[in-house]
Design a protein. Structure first.
Lengths: 238, 238
């Protein structure tokens, strides 16, 4: 039996839920949160994405970084569709203008909702999310104003918020370039060979080298002046 | 293939996503939205709730009311836990003080996130949710200020919002008593015998007559002066 009566009323400021996709950004975020002294509970969301190797990577990274716990929540977004990552739309291999087709409708709102539910259940005060407003592929829900609006929402949305314990949404990467993210994670000893950024990684976690996410990641290592540990199944572009 | 390029940029003001649980409130909301002339796409969320008969009821109600489509999104909240509806906590049979253990952490935030994703995919401008701030069991995410904050969030969270097409979150029941909701739905010809409110309904949809939700529903029919079509498997309380 869970003691429901204690939930939320004594949120622990050193406890955090960390959204962990298995990609470079979220792994860096987890490393930063652990380095800052948080007791971290990682949460991966299985939303029917094409790149399932990411989920395996998330579990490995959580264990390698000694997070307190790791959970996977299954959300089948295929019935909603609307993105190249979950529906039958081709992933583009060329740079495109505007918001790309890999945008998943309301994805970060959904991710943060799930993290919020877990944070309230665990009485964790902070939620970490590895969004980035610099090299962010143009997704609207990666911007600082979105994160701030979601934090405001937690005051009204939850039992804990109503009882005077709002949640703190932390996005430590938001103003960093990809190169700065890679430098920060490397300084913390993070092994980026364990992370997967590719939208169409194969089952063993090798990357295509051609999608938006691969191009941004590759350029990041180059700019950071650090060796790129990514394994490719194809000849990378650019 | 889905034409992703048109999503969100031409949201249809007469198209709506309606969250439909199979309960009395959401069924009334769907009847109201259809009566108001909206092309309604109903969305049920299977979040691992105990009362699975509700999901069957949702599909039946959507068909009976001639909604344009019905979808079920699976979200397995059991890995998050924290509520008597999804975790191993007993459902109370007596009136309790404050926010009850049947509160699901961040549930309406999650429901609205999923509806938002679908609304953006379908280019629907409105999202209907049957929350109610009068006979609402004390849940924080059933209040008008929460709904308003979520509507604000959609301006920042989505491709459509960023492109100048924010979503409208409609909660037509929010200030109605349970009796007024029942009167409104009955006037629209809604058959409440198809709806299930009970937190621990049996597989055939019969109600316990004793949980919070049963007590509120029963009192509503009494106050509305209308016959209660609910089938009980036990002797109702009160």
């Amino acid at each position: 039996m869970v003691d429901a009566s204690s939930q939320g009323s004594d949120a622990d400021p050193r406890k955090a839920v960390v959204l962990l996709s298995g990609g470079l950004d979220s792994a860096t975020t987890l490393a930063m949160a652990i380095d800052a002294g948080y007791e971290c509970h990682s949460l991966a969301v299985d939303y029917g994405q094409r790149h399932r190797a990411e989920l395996d990577a998330a579990a490995r990274i959580s264990q390698a970084l000694n997070a307190m716990s790791h959970r996977v929540v299954q959300v089948d977004l295929r019935s909603i569709g609307g993105s190249a990552l979950t529906a039958d739309i081709d992933v583009p291999t060329e740079q495109t203008e505007g918001i790309p087709v890999t945008y998943v409708p309301a994805r970060n709102t959904l991710m943060l909702s799930l993290a919020l539910g877990l944070a309230e259940t665990l009485a964790a005060e902070s939620i970490f999310i590895g969004v980035n407003a610099v090299d962010y592929s143009g997704y609207p829900d990666c911007r600082p104003q979105f994160i701030a609006a979601f934090e405001d929402l937690t005051r009204l949305a939850t039992k804990a918020g109503v009882e005077g314990h709002p949640f703190h949404i932390q996005s430590p990467l938001i103003h960093l370039t990809k190169a700065e993210i890679i430098q920060a994670g490397s300084a913390l000893g993070l092994d980026y060979g364990q992370t997967i950024s590719c939208y169409q990684a194969d089952d063993s976690g090798r990357a295509c080298g051609r999608c938006d996410s691969c191009r941004i990641r590759r350029a990041g290592f180059k700019e950071a002046g650090l060796p790129d540990p990514t394994r490719y199944y194809d000849e990378p572009v650019g």
